[in-house]
Design a protein around this ligand. Structure first.
Ligand code: ZN
Length: 160
């Protein structure tokens, strides 16, 4: 396993639409494992393949410690409700923003083992999956947030 370089927002690679993965091979698994290492090293809760320069439809997520999800060729097949919440992104360093996301989603795709999987997520879990899935279509959360702020600035505002 190895750490990979995370591309940041100014890189046009993050604006491209990723292609499906043909088959979950050992090479794909190796990339997924590297992505988990890279995500953890950067203290993120999700990482999509294009963020490390792999233009394929897959992402990893760890919305809670030790709760890792792998999605290859994911598809959000159902959405329900709306909720606003804070997001950040390893490709948009040092900033945060509020984004409206579905309150509940059902997402289908292949797992690390190449088998079909389907999950229904709510709240923060749903938010993380939607954020990562957007990366596969060249969309960043900063496109959807009304404004971005530095976490420290917000703390100052709240202290006033
Ligand atoms: Zn992101």
């Amino acid at each position: 396993m190895a750490l990979r370089t995370i591309f940041t927002e100014e890189d046009p690679i993050l604006r491209k639409t990723c292609r499906p993965v043909d088959e979950v091979t050992d090479r794909i698994r190796m990339i997924l494992d590297d992505m988990v290492d890279t995500m953890r090293d950067a203290q993120g809760v999700g990482l999509a393949a294009p963020q490390v320069g792999i233009m394929r439809r897959m992402f990893v997520a760890e919305p809670e410690p030790e709760e890792v999800y792998y999605f290859v060729n994911p598809e959000i097949i159902a959405e329900e409700g709306e909720v606003e919440g804070e997001e950040a992104c390893l490709s948009v360093p040092e900033l945060m923003g509020n984004v409206v996301r579905p309150a509940k989603i059902t997402i289908r795709g292949l797992g690390r083992d190449g088998k079909e999987q389907e999950y229904t997520f709510e709240g923060f879990h749903a938010r993380v999956m939607c954020h990562e899935n957007d990366h596969l279509n060249g969309i960043l959360y900063s496109d959807k947030a009304e404004k971005l702020f530095r976490p420290a600035e917000q703390e100052e505002e709240e202290a006033e």
